[in-house]
Structure formats: C-alpha cells, structure tokens
Design a protein around this ligand. Structure first.
Ligand SMILES: O=C(O)[C@@H](CO)OP(=O)(O)O
Length: 250
C-alpha cells in the first residue's frame, strides 16, 4: 500500500447519484434515496478503495440516507462493513432554504443565471429561508430535535462554520489515533471541508465541484494539512462527473 507511514489518511466520499440529482432538483436536507445508478457508484467507490489497499477503520456520515447508504454499499464492497460508524448533522448537505424541492433549470430560467449561480455557488449569500410548514421543511423532523437553532437556509460559509467543530472534535481524534477515516457526506459539506483543507479562497471556492461516488484521498501531516493535493481514485471519471455537476440547471 502506498503512502507515507507517518501521515493521517482521510477519504472523502460524496454520496452516489440520488433520485433528486437525477431529476435535477435542489435537495439540501430533504432525505431522498439513492438512484439505481447512485447505488452502483457507491459500490464502485468501495471497489476503488479495496483496489488501492485503502482500508477505512471508522466511517463518519451525515444523518441523510443517501450518505449513510453510500457508506454501507461502499464498505460492503470493500469488506469493511464491520467498522464503527459515527453520524452527525454537521456533515449534512447545505440546507438549501426555499430552493429545496425546486427544479434547477426552472429556477435558473425564472431568476436568471446570476441569481441562480449566486444562490448555488456564492460563498456567503443564502437562498431565502424555507417556511416551517413547507412540505420540504425539516423543522419538525425528530432527528434534528437536539440541534440548537437548526437552519432554515444556509450559504457555504454557514456550512463551514457548523462543520468545522465536527472536523476538529469528531474526526481529528480518529485521525490522531492513526485510524484511516472515511467521511461519507455531500457536495456542499465536502466543498466546505476541501476549502478548509486546501486553503481555497472565498472567491475560488465557487468553481469547485465534487463528483458523486468517487473517493477523494488525502494524506495529512500532523497539523492536518495535506502533504499533497487530494487524489480522486478514478481521475478520468471524476473530471467528467465534475463537469456534469458544474453544468446542472443548464
Ligand atoms: O441540491 C443539492 O442539495 C446540491 C447537491 O446535489 O446541489 P448543488 O450542486 O446545486 O449545490
């Protein structure tokens, strides 16, 4: 197995394609299932880990089934389904506010390219908040009952601010203990983590997209800084899939 013995090993995995990714709908905290293609992507993600000899010792997921099921399918494929699991809402997808459940192409059409891209990829402009009585609200969802001031919308900056405490207090201790850590999460919660790891500026982060189902492998030094760029385990598939995410709504 490659890699330096004294580095921390971290694998980031965005869930496989969901039913709403397939239909081009803003998703956020709505708990939609994986599509059939998404399940295949998740298994392939696990096969890539196994091929490379990367063996997760612990997995951290969000509270959303697309991430939890992706982790299970990938770990099953990698013969690592038995490892401990930790789940936290702080790894959830960005809450997409009033856009949750809306068609991306229709929003772009109705509000124009600039507003669409500002809501989708600006660092600090959240969409309007979602009403608590909206059919796609999580205000009454028991899984968030203990979350103080659970969001009704978020921009990427909000995601970074709620995710970082979990990175530091939930994930870093596992890395420090020498465990290979798998984080199964979402397009925007992983964009926030990659922004932090790679020191990407607030402006440049708008151009970063994460593909579904392809493991992104990091080795980190003792200060949790990458010793080299994160590596997609299937770089060709990753560049096609990144392009597809970037072009959603077009
Ligand atoms: O809808 C969402 O929740 C996210 C991820 O699927 O979409 P986007 O890539 O547009 O931020």
């Amino acid at each position: 197995m490659g890699g330096m013995a004294d580095t921390y090993k971290l694998v980031l995995l965005r869930h496989g394609q969901s039913e709403w990714n397939k239909e081009n709908l803003f998703t956020g905290w709505v708990d939609v299932p994986l599509s059939e293609q998404g399940e295949t992507e998740a298994r392939r993600g696990g096969a890539l880990l196994k091929e490379r000899g990367i063996h997760p010792d612990v997995v951290h997921t969000s509270l959303l089934r697309r991430a939890m099921n992706t982790a299970n399918l990938a770990l099953d494929e990698a013969d690592r389904l038995w490892i401990p699991v930790k789940r936290d809402w702080r790894l959830n997808e960005r809450h997409y506010g009033a856009l949750q459940g809306k068609d991306k192409a229709q929003v772009r059409e109705q509000y124009g390219e600039d507003q669409f891209m500002q809501w989708r990829r600006s660092y600090d402009v959240p969409p309007p908040p979602l009403d608590d009585d909206d059919e796609y609200s999580q205000a009454h969802d028991p899984r968030y009952a203990d979350v103080p001031d659970a969001p009704r919308t978020e921009c990427l900056k909000d995601v970074l601010e709620r995710m970082l405490p979990y990175w530091e207090e939930g994930i870093q201790p596992d890395l420090r203990a020498g465990r290979t850590v798998l984080v199964a999460a979402h397009g925007n919660s992983l964009r926030a983590l990659v922004k932090h790891l790679d020191g990407i500026s607030d402006e440049e982060i708008s151009g970063l997209n994460i593909p579904t189902g392809i493991p992104l492998y990091y080795e980190l030094d003792e200060d949790f800084r990458p010793v080299r760029a994160g590596e997609y385990l299937d770089p060709d598939a990753a560049s096609d899939a990144i392009e597809a995410v970037a072009n959603q709504g077009r």
